[in-house]
Every structure is written in structure tokens, then in C-alpha cells.
Design a protein around this ligand. Structure first.
Ligand code: GTP
Ligand code: MG
Length: 302
């Protein structure tokens, strides 16, 4: 009887968490007039779950599993183009202030997937929507639709690295070097980075059975540490998720984990705008009273 009551309490608490996170994300805006929507880029090796994360987040808001971004398996990257997805909120709520950008996967070698040059071109806002990536044809000012003077809304405000927990130990050494190179350049642009550890259901049977155990799982904790080493990041930036892959219906615990990941990401978007406002104030472009972000940001739910 007691166990039953505890289960009920846990479910109610999780239900409340999902609702609260959905509301906070639905109403999120950056508080920066020039770029009210957060533009977030997903970067990671082929098949790590970038497109699945976009589809999964949209599925949470739709209340049913849908394939918004094309998901699948292929020897090379299934995603070839730059595609930006504005996440729609719950019914009647319209669009959220979150745009998730999908690109080609990073290859095992510089010329087999998205190149460092093209990744940076997306982050700086030069790459036109729908651009088809080709390692032999880097994005240049001659590229059709090239955005010469990107606005703040064209630029990326946070980069999310996506790695597959079941492959962290077998990714080639070169990938670690690619991540470190990317991180150096992205940090120079003032863009914060976080990471998603996907496929956690594949590395821990207890977690696959009960996702609420994800932070209690030694296997997942260990893999978060390994992913941190691979990426050259602190473990605190790494968030475990399970994307919808074979399910037909959404599930409360999967939704909460996905929404918590989005919440985590939006906090780093806020930091980007906070930093850029401070920089503009220091350089005299903005008056010191123009603290666009200081009272804004995402509500901390967890
Ligand atoms: N079990 C499980 N499968 C997942 C998860 N995330 C993604 N998948 C599966 O992994 C495969 C690759 O996922 P995608 O989302 O297409 O990966 P991607 O990073 O977009 O890959 P490219 O576009 O090819 O670079 C698909 O079969 C997904 O269903 C997860 O968290 N758990
Ligand atoms: Mg993809």
C-alpha cells in the first residue's frame, strides 16, 4: 500500500515537472529585441541522435511521437542540409522561442562529414537555410544565398554537442581532436557549449526500464565522465537523454528528461546574451542601463 502511494506521488510530481517545464519553455523568449528566438546548433558524429533530439522535443509538445527532423541510419550522415526547426508549443500556443538547427554529422576525417570551416560558417550565421553541405565545396561568399552580414538572429547562440553513449568508448581518437578544435573556435566566438549524451537506454538496462534512475546509474555516470574527456568539457555540461526511437507514444519520464535538457540548454543561451550585452556596454555601444537579460531568462524548475 505504502509503495503504491509513493509511486502515485512520484508520478504526480513528475507530471507537475513536465507541465512546469513545458510552460517555461513555451513562453521562453531571449529578452533581446534583435534576436527574440534562441538559435541552437546540434553538432556531433553521424548517427549520434541530433535529428532524433529535434523530433523528440517536438514530440513532447505534440503529445505524440513524430518525426519532425528526418531520422535514420546510413553509412554517411543522413542529414545533409542546414535545417532550422522552430519548436511549436502545445496546442493553440504557437511557436516557442526555440529554434533547433540540424546539420550534417561530423565525419571520422575532416573530408568525410561536416568540416570545421562549415560548422563555423553556420555558427557565424553565413550559411543559408537549406544549404547542402559538401566537404569539397566549403561555404564561401560565392555560395548561393550566402549571408554576408548576418544579424544576431542569424547567428547561433549555443552549440550542443551530441554523442552516443553506446559509442563513446569506440569513437575514433580523431574525433576528440575535432571536438577540441571546434570548442576552441566556438569559445572564441563567445558561444557557450553543452553536450547531450544520447542512447543512455542502450548502456544501462535499469535506466532503460526506469528513466528516473538515470542519475543513480553508475554506468551512465561513468559514461558521462568518458564523454566529458572525449569532448574536453566538465561533466556538469553533459546531460543524459533518451530520444524517442522505436516508441509510438510519448512517455512521462522520457519527456521530463528531454525537457530538462532543453531547460539546461536555454540557460546557456541566456548566458550568451548576458555576455554579449555586457561586451556591448563595455565597448560603449549600449547604455549601462540597458540590462536586457538581467531580469529575464528561463525559470529554474529543477
Ligand atoms: N535507443 C536509442 N536510439 C536512438 C536514440 N537517439 C537516436 N537513436 C537512433 O539512432 C539512429 C540515428 O539517429 P539520428 O537522429 O538520425 O542521428 P543523427 O545524429 O541525426 O545522424 P546523421 O544525420 O546521420 O548525422 C536512429 O535509428 C535513431 O532512432 C536514443 O536515445 N536511444
Ligand atoms: Mg540527422
Amino acid at each position: 500500500m505504502e509503495v503504491h502511494t509513493n509511486d502515485l506521488l512520484k508520478a504526480t510530481c513528475h507530471d507537475w515537472q513536465r507541465e512546469s517545464l513545458m510552460q517555461s519553455i513555451s513562453s521562453y523568449r531571449t529578452k533581446c529585441e534583435e534576436a527574440p528566438q534562441a538559435r541552437v546548433l546540434l553538432l556531433g558524429p553521424v548517427g549520434s541522435g541530433k535529428s532524433s533530439f529535434i523530433s523528440s522535443v517536438q514530440s513532447v509538445f505534440d503529445g505524440r511521437v513524430s518525426n519532425r527532423a528526418m531520422v535514420g541510419s546510413s553509412s554517411g550522415s543522413l542529414t545533409k542540409k542546414l535545417q532550422s526547426f522552430t519548436i511549436r508549443g502545445q496546442k493553440r500556443e504557437g511557436c516557442t522561442g526555440l529554434i533547433l538547427c540540424d546539420v550534417m554529422g561530423l565525419g571520422e576525417a575532416e573530408m568525410t562529414g561536416l568540416t570545421l570551416h562549415d560548422a563555423l560558417s553556420v555558427i557565424k550565421g553565413h550559411t543559408p537555410e537549406g544549404h547542402k553541405f559538401s566537404p569539397e565545396q566549403p561555404v564561401r561568399s560565392e555560395t548561393a544565398g550566402y549571408v554576408k552580414k548576418p544579424s544576431l538572429q542569424d547567428k547561433i547562440h549555443c552549440v550542443v554537442f551530441v554523442v552516443d553513449a553506446s559509442k563513446v568508448l569506440t569513437y575514433p581518437q580523431s574525433l576528440s581532436a575535432t571536438f577540441r578544435q571546434l570548442r576552441n573556435h566556438i569559445s572564441d566566438l563567445g558561444v557557450h557549449q553543452v553536450a547531450l549524451l544520447t542512447h543512455v537506454d542502450k548502456i544501462c538496462p535499469e535506466t532503460a526500464n526506469d528513466l528516473t534512475q538515470v542519475y543513480n546509474s553508475c554506468g551512465v555516470q561513468q559514461m558521462m565522465g568518458k564523454a566529458a574527456t572525449l569532448l574536453g568539457m566538465a561533466t556538469s555540461y553533459i546531460v543524459p537523454v533518451k530520444n524517442y526511437s522505436a516508441e509510438l507514444d510519448v512517455d512521462l519520464d522520457t519527456d521530463v528528461l528531454l525537457l530538462s535538457a532543453v531547460n539546461h540548454i536555454l540557460q546557456y543561451v541566456d548566458l550568451f546574451f548576458l555576455d554579449s550585452t555586457a561586451t556591448e556596454q563595455q565597448s560603449g555601444k549600449l547604455p549601462a542601463t540597458n540590462n536586457l537579460m538581467l531580469n529575464g531568462g528561463v525559470d529554474k524548475v529543477w
